[in-house]
Unconditional design. Structure first.
Lengths: 429, 149
């Protein structure tokens, strides 16, 4: 079959925007090399070079492919990933940074593959039940044969030999696709419909049922797995998408009420929830044991001050699991409030851009899909940043694009790929 | 330059570059927003809209705006460019078109007719901004788009 090949196009805005984070990464790595060895190590420069090559390759391939969509999303993601790359390089070892680079390359490749293969997001809609069931099945399988690789007390990983994947990551994307497809089809019934039960007038429960069933199954599996971060995320996505599709504030209010009840029950009956909340309320009495991580995170943020200790001069490596859960605190120690504010601004811009792509999308399904996927990124960032700052109980969830970890990077680049594809249908940016 | 001074210098450069990037993004965003509010010069076609005055039985919000194209069909069927879901609107009710920079409304043999400023029309009729169309129980006012020439 012959397919019309799009002509290459100049993506000048994207090109100039990508250069700056590349320069920041190169400078940061040079700085760390100088700080630790007193000279520029050749290995450090190789890392910087590889990162820049990757960023530019992504840009060039988009241009050659004649992709005419959003030009801001990729530079923003590259900037966040660049800061994360610096943090991993700093916190763990150059060898781990190399692995992060490999994951980043795979993520970019996945993003480009989505753009090439997924010409029309509407295709996803046709198989919405399949996606939801596949997602739930993979997670259920993990429940049975999963592994607990980092001794967190939760078996979240599906491994094959040396490689592992965290299936709850892909479940979020699949469930968003299902919600978007279902809500698109029934949004009018759900918005305007009324269901009478004797004297009561209720929202159209029969039409909400498939949604609620899918969603409770997902929540159940996650709670059995003790993956609280993901459970919290799913709850948020569900309420956000239902609200966007129906524009009925009562759904959102009811969702929040259900959340309060659920949280109360969780605190009473699930020991992990209880432990997490207790640590959050008072980490100091358990400073040597379960509260150690969060206290180290707070100390790191406090010692950073406004300008930070400077890359390579702090001790953020004292925080346990700093390179996955506490990247934000580590940035806070070495780059100070200036660094953390920049990270927040970058995430805000990514989310803004995602919602803008949703608003500009040409049909209802694309709009809902883009909204849901952007909400995934936004909520992940809020949940883990709030946990780092001790504003909400800490749950083990990754900071999108920044934390070390293959599953999370791949999934988030998949999301960027779909968002870019949706934006590509409208010529703007 | 000693190692210490260059480290100090580089520390400033890293954070400065991050903020330079943020500034660049904001500049692009500002340009983008300005372009979105402005009507591009290359855009062709008439610049007017229909504003809902009375939604009748439809669930349209008051002051809902329909941006108009060169040719607009109005009716209850979902194939129309402007869909009015009111029992008194015919499936294909009326045609609103722009010819030689003038707006024409034509009734398409609808059951209940089309009214311009409360008068039933029997032939294609010239209308201008400010006129009110009544189609079924829905009242729509023709208006110029803000900011357009």
């Amino acid at each position: 079959m012959l397919r019309e090949v799009p002509r290459p196009c100049l993506r000048l805005v994207e090109f100039f925007l990508i250069l700056t984070p590349c320069a920041a990464v190169a400078t940061g790595i040079a700085l760390m090399s100088l700080a630790s060895d007193g000279r520029l190590a050749i290995g450090a420069l190789q890392h910087a070079f590889c990162f820049i090559a990757l960023a530019l390759a992504a840009h060039v391939l988009l241009s050659i492919g004649g992709f005419r969509g959003d030009q801001l999303l990729l530079p923003l993601v590259i900037a966040i990933a660049g800061l994360g790359f610096l943090a991993v390089y700093r916190l763990v070892s150059p060898a781990t940074a190399t692995r992060q680079l490999i994951w980043l390359s795979l993520g970019v490749a996945l993003m480009l593959a989505v753009l090439v293969l997924l010409r029309d997001p509407g295709w996803l809609r046709r198989y919405k039940y399949t996606w939801a069931i596949v997602g739930l099945m993979v997670v259920a399988v993990t429940l049975v044969i999963g592994r607990d690789t980092n001794n967190s007390g939760a078996r979240l990983w599906l491994g094959w030999g040396q490689y592992q994947y965290q299936p709850s990551e892909i479940l979020k994307v699949l469930l968003v696709v299902f919600f978007a497809g279902y809500l698109y089809e029934y949004r009018e019934v759900i918005t305007f419909g009324r269901w009478r039960l004797g004297p009561l007038t209720l929202p159209p429960l029969p039409y909400l049922l498939p949604l609620v069933v899918m969603w409770s199954l997902a929540l159940l599996v996650l709670i059995v797995q003790k993956d609280l971060g993901a459970a919290l995320l799913f709850f948020g996505i569900f309420i956000a998408m239902l609200y966007v599709a129906s524009a009925r504030a009562s759904f959102a209010l009811f969702g929040l009420l259900a959340f309060a009840v659920g949280a109360g029950i969780g605190y009473r009956f699930i020991d992990v929830v209880q432990r997490r909340v207790d640590i959050w309320l008072d980490p100091w009495s358990k400073s040597a044991t379960s509260g150690y991580q969060i206290i180290q995170g707070l100390v790191a943020l406090a010692s950073g001050g406004v300008f930070g200790t400077g890359l390579g001069y702090g001790r953020p490596d004292l925080i346990p699991a700093a390179y996955t859960d506490f990247v934000f605190a580590a940035i806070g120690e070495e780059l100070g409030v200036l660094g953390t504010l920049a990270v927040l601004a970058l995430f805000m811009l990514v989310v803004y851009r995602g919602y803008r792509i949703a608003a500009m999308a040409s049909n209802g399904f694309d709009q809902l899909l883009a909204t849901g996927l952007t909400t995934v990124i936004a909520l992940q960032a809020i949940v883990i940043l709030g946990g780092n700052l001790r504003m909400i109980p800490l749950t083990g969830i990754t900071l999108p694009f920044m934390s070390y970890g293959g599953s999370s990077l791949l999934t988030n680049f998949l999301i960027v790929g779909i968002l870019l594809r949706i934006s590509g249908r409208e010529a703007y940016g | 330059m000693s190692v210490d001074t260059s480290i100090f210098f580089l520390r400033i450069v890293v954070i400065a570059l991050v903020y330079l990037f943020l500034a660049q993004v904001l500049i692009v965003l500002r340009r983008d927003l300005r372009r979105a509010t402005e009507r591009p010069r290359w855009a062709k076609g008439p610049v007017a809209c229909l504003v809902v005055q009375d939604a009748g039985q439809t669930k349209l919000p008051a002051n809902e705006v329909f941006t108009l194209a060169e040719i607009n069909t109005i009716g209850r069927a979902s194939t129309n460019s402007i869909v009015l879901d009111d029992d008194f609107v015919s499936a294909e009710h009326a045609l609103l078109s722009h010819r030689q920079s003038q707006w024409w409304i034509e009734d398409l043999d609808s059951t209940n007719g089309t009214l311009v400023n409360r008068r039933l029309i029997d032939r294609p009729t010239l209308i201008s901004p400010g006129d009110v169309l009544q189609i079924g129980r829905v009242k729509l006012k023709l208006e110029k788009v803000q900011g357009a020439s």
